[in-house]
Design a protein around this ligand. Structure first.
Ligand code: IPM
Ligand code: MN
Length: 362
């Protein structure tokens, strides 16, 4: 196969982890006989510095023409005082919206070698394997808003429409059907009108179209607690944009580090191979405090590349090979600074990546 992949390194540790993921994709190409061409474009603070805006039109155009897009991270203190429209985060939100990637899949897996790195007891995180389906182009991130004015007032609006909830409910239910058939939908229906709509629509779609999927509703505060009490109980978790943002940082902590969780953002658009033209990114941020020091954990970016192979290119065996190579690297005791038992034992970003590439070559 030949694929055209756009790389958006972004800010902070973004460029380091994207360089690592690219090496891994090259190793996949060599082993399985594929070819990729990569095009790199600016986004976030890097784009603000170079071109004065966080999502230059040429970057969005390039992403639209790609088979898949792999993004590092955006943001940092350097750009925190910019006006809202120029903030690096605004570039990422505009990209998600511009690509129509309404569904963000965040698989949460506590790989066996990580179980004793978790802040929870190992027996509690053993077997944790669920996917959060986060609605990504609606809700409070995109509703009407009002920046702080002279009277000292500012507001945001959480808004959902029936079609927005229907399409994400179907996607999550399809996924549950392929997995263990269990779906938990998370909302705040005891307080929020948009959550009451959400709950009603999810119930209707599931009852009418997915009778074989077991559906439960959970309030977001109770879910925050259950993620710590019984994380192994979940299969597919469906939730709104902001709840999903918050719960997946919590879920990432189960694995011992925010640096291990990948994500895939999918929409209706198809690429030249007939698969979804996805946007793939680690769920971690730009971590400016550790950028450029070889401390970054590239596993979330590498595992995001695996999701790219699976969802946008239909290359399941290749995706699994990457996941197994990361697992083998951890099994061999190679942990980056965020996961290492003692700092002096840590693998650098480059050393970790070399191990993954070597495991793939075997
Ligand atoms: C994430 C990030 C983003 C989000 C930020 C950088 C805009 O936290 O992908 O989880 O809130 O969606
Ligand atoms: Mn987040």
């Amino acid at each position: 196969m030949h694929a055209h992949i756009v790389l958006l390194p972004g800010d902070g540790i973004g460029p380091e982890v994207i360089a690592a993921a690219r090496q891994v994709l090259d190793a996949v190409a060599a082993r399985f006989g594929h070819t990729w061409d990569f095009a790199t474009h600016p986004i976030g603070g890097a784009a603000v510095n170079a071109q004065g805006e966080p999502l230059p039109p040429a970057t969005l155009e390039a992403c639209r023409a790609a088979d898949a897009v792999l993004l590092g991270a955006v943001g940092g203190p350097r750009w925190d005082s910019l006006p809202p429209q120029q903030r690096p985060e605004k570039g990422l939100l505009a990209l998600r919206r511009g690509l129509g990637t309404f569904a963000n899949l965040r698989p949460v897996t506590v790989w066996p070698p990580l179980a004793d790195r978790s802040p929870l007891k190992p027996d509690r995180v053993q077997g944790v394997d669920f996917v959060v389906v986060r609605e990504l182009t609606g809700g409070i991130y995109f509703g009407p808003r009002h920046e702080a004015d002279d009277r000292g007032e500012a507001w945001d609006t959480m808004r959902y429409t029936v079609p927005e909830v229907e399409r994400i409910a179907r996607l999550a239910a399809d996924l549950a059907r392929q997995r263990r058939g269990h779906l938990v939908s998370v909302d705040k229906a005891n307080v929020l009108a948009s959550s009451r709509l959400w709950r009603r629509v999810v119930s209707r779609v599931l009852a009418a179209e997915y009778p074989e999927v077991h559906l439960e509703h959970r309030l977001v505060d109770a879910m925050a607690m259950d993620l710590l009490r019984r994380p192994a109980a979940f299969d597919v978790v469906l939730t709104a944009n902001m709840f999903g943002d918050i719960l997946t940082d919590e879920a990432a902590a189960l694995t011992g580090s925010l640096g291990t969780l990948p994500s895939a953002s999918l929409g209706a658009a198809r690429n030249r191979h007939g698969h979804p033209r996805g946007l793939y990114e680690p769920i971690h941020g730009s971590a400016p405090d550790i950028a450029g020091q070889g401390l970054a954990n590239p596993s979330a970016a590498i595992l995001s590349a695996a999701l790219l192979l699976r969802h946008s290119l239909g290359l399941e065996a290749e995706a699994r090979a990457v996941e197994q190579a990361v697992l083998a690297t951890w099994q061999a005791g190679c942990f980056t600074a965020d996961l290492a038992a003692r700092p002096e034992d840590a693998c650098s970003t480059a050393a970790f990546t070399r191990r993954v590439v070597a495991a793939l070559a075997r």
